[in-house]
Design a protein around this ligand. Structure first.
Ligand SMILES: *Cc1c(COP(=O)(O)O)cnc(C)c1O
Length: 376
């Protein structure tokens, strides 16, 4: 059976996890949490990276730092994961969904301005499949309307837009290290902070509303309750597991990209014949091989292909059910403008197996079964 995803694991992880136990520091903010944050800061160029218990929690922190209040409006695509919206709904925001660009499946930046009202506070850019949204336009709109930008970069570590790391362009960037992502700690994430003025507030939020981070650095002699907060620190054991992968981040990235390219080159003839559509990477974007998807003629063709692959021991899966059509989406949000692409495109998109340990031979086998389905 070829699984859809296999979580990445690097041998040194075992040694590093053992080290956290020997350090007698298995709670948050130990040696490996520091190593991971420093790696992220160096690699992305962000002012500050805070490791969190999930990307969902990083998004919740971003919503708190944007000071979202009851009735504020937040603009985002409907084609995204629930957490993109949930984090803001928890603060009482109304979600304003706009359509996507079918070429990238990202928010259609030309639809954003018509959805802005005096209540709008934030635009959320979710970089689908690790391919960047049109950030220059989004940042320009935000600047002109005095809005904040949060990047849901859950899938986008190692990707860039005009040379800038995704997650570092907006005010806040949220990464995921869930087991389905390119680098993993089981459950985990990170908050990237652009403007240093937010660092102290974010550290307090993350440490139960206390200044314990300052205390650990020896900047205060006792830590006290300073503000509202929660507990968003992952265990150092999880950070140890992640750090082993970050040390070989380029190798993991290149391996994924070569599997991605293998799919792309082999399936290109099917696209040329008008049978399927392949992902599109805009000129200024460097992607990270997070996902390989194809688009079929319609949902029926997709169901039959999933079935064909499953009979051949290959697990391929579809993706998001648009949020605006889900029960909570109807309750907490509204779609502004025409749903020209969100629903129809979501119904014909299929993701093929993609993970670090997927072999070239397994990939060839999957490709041959997709071609077989189309009688090629
Ligand atoms: C995976 C994912 C999340 C959630 O990440 P967790 O770390 O599981 O909380 C949020 N948004 C997007 C777009 C994702 O792909």
């Amino acid at each position: 059976m070829i699984r859809f995803n296999v979580p990445p694991c690097v041998d040194t992880a075992y040694e590093y996890i053992k080290k956290t136990v020997e350090n007698m520091h298995i709670c948050g903010d130990g040696e490996f949490t520091k190593k991971c944050s420093e790696w992220l800061e160096e690699r992305t160029g962000t002012s500050k990276a805070l490791l969190t218990t999930s990307c969902t929690h990083a998004l919740e922190m971003a919503a708190l730092l944007c000071d979202i209040k009851e009735g504020d409006e937040v603009i985002m695509p409907s084609y995204t994961f629930v957490s993109t919206a949930d984090a803001f709904v928890l603060r009482g925001a109304k979600i304003i969904f706009v359509d996507i660009n079918p070429k990238t499946m990202n928010i259609d930046e030309t639809k954003i301005e018509a959805a802005i009202t005096p209540k709008t506070k934030v635009i959320v850019a979710m970089h689908y499949a690790g391919v960047a949204c049109e950030m220059d336009t989004i940042m320009d709109i935000a600047k002109r309307h005095n809005l904040m930008v949060v990047e849901d970069a859950a899938q986008a570590i190692m990707s860039t837009y005009k040379g800038k790391a995704l997650g570092t362009i907006g005010d806040f960037g949220c990464l995921s290290f869930h087991e389905t992502k390119n680098y993993s700690m089981g459950e985990g994430g990170a908050l990237l902070i652009k403007d240093p003025v937010y660092i102290e507030k974010a550290e307090i939020l993350r440490e139960k509303g206390t200044d314990r981070s300052k205390y650990y650095r020896g900047q205060v002699d006792k830590y006290r309750w300073q503000n509202y907060g929660s507990s968003y620190l992952p265990s150092d054991m999880n950070a140890a597991y992640l750090y082993a992968q970050l040390e070989i981040a380029d190798e993991i990235n290149e391996t994924r990209l070569s599997r991605w390219q293998q799919y792309y080159d082999a399936l290109k003839p099917l696209e040329e014949k008008g049978i399927i559509e392949l992902p599109y990477i805009p000129e200024n974007c460097v992607q990270n091989g997070h996902m390989f998807y194809i688009k079929l003629k319609d949902m029926d063709t997709r169901t039959k292909l999933i079935d064909h692959l499953s009979k051949n021991d290959i697990l391929a899966v579809f993706h998001y059910i648009p949020l605006h059509s889900a029960p909570a989406g109807e309750k907490f949000g509204v779609f502004i403008g025409e749903d020209k692409y969100t629903t129809v495109e979501s119904e014909r998109l299929l993701r093929l197996p993609m993970y670090y340990s997927l072999t070239k031979e397994e990939n060839d086998y999957i490709i041959s079964k997709v071609k077989e389905f189309f009688g090629e």
